[in-house]
Design a binder for this molecule. Structure first.
Ligand SMILES: Cc1cc2nc3c(=O)[nH]c(=O)nc-3n(C[C@H](O)[C@H](O)[C@H](O)COP(=O)(O)O)c2cc1C
Length: 194
């Protein structure tokens, strides 16, 4: 069964990256609903390395402010919510619970490089699930990699095993403030049929 055509529009075709926000709040209940969808997306060995910090208050935004690149400052400070999509470098400690039928923890404790690659790959996947889940719930997103990750990690995650991957602004986007849609690669440019 495929989705109703309007669902494709909402998730992909009409959905845009937003830089300006309407004055409409995002409730904590909506954030919990969002996470309940995000967590169901697949990750390798069910490792679920993403950790999400929802910045909603002026105090939380003020902590983030010095970490932002100048181009990302205004839209982030005015967004109803900014999510720090982080990952737990020690994500494998949860594997006895998340993947109980194998000794998956030892795959990662024996190779820090493999653990780091797995955490980054899968938390990036989970960030993508978050964008699509938000769109499904009628929210708009503005993902960002333009920030000082070392500073952010010091400000928010000092003394913990969490590290930042990317930021995502969340809210109801102002459709009047969108840039023109950029082109995408054609099937022939981006895909191979072997
Ligand atoms: C991982 C990621 C990082 C991004 N970083 C930034 C950023 O730092 N600043 C910014 O203005 N836009 C950023 N973008 C937004 C992209 O430029 C935008 O999603 C892309 O051009 C597609 O726009 P559209 O969804 O409106 O078609 C980022 C997007 C992604 C997915």
């Amino acid at each position: 069964m495929t989705l109703d055509p309007s669902a494709f529009d909402q998730l992909f075709i009409d959905a845009r990256t937003h830089n300006a926000w309407l004055d409409q709040p995002v409730s904590d209940d909506a954030l919990r609903q969002l996470y309940d969808l995000v967590r169901m997306g697949p990750t390798s060995a069910n490792c679920s390395p993403a950790r999400l910090v929802f910045l909603r208050t002026p105090e939380a935004k003020a902590k983030l402010k010095p970490c932002l690149s100048s181009g990302n400052l205004e839209k982030t400070m005015s967004a109803p919510v900014t999510v720090i999509v982080a990952y737990d470098k020690a994500f494998y400690e949860k594997l006895p619970e998340l993947f109980p039928h194998a000794d998956a923890r030892s795959w990662f404790t024996s190779s820090p490089a493999f653990a780091e690659q797995t955490a980054l790959r899968n938390s990036s996947m989970q960030a993508a699930y978050l964008i699509m889940a938000a769109r499904a719930l009628g929210l708009d997103c503005g993902p960002m990699s333009g920030f000082n990750a070392a500073l952010l990690d010091e400000v928010f995650f000092s003394g913990s095993t969490w590290a930042s991957n990317l930021l995502i602004n969340l809210g109801h986007g102002n459709p009047e403030k969108l840039y023109e849609r950029l082109p995408r690669l054609s099937f022939d440019d981006a895909c191979q049929l072997l």
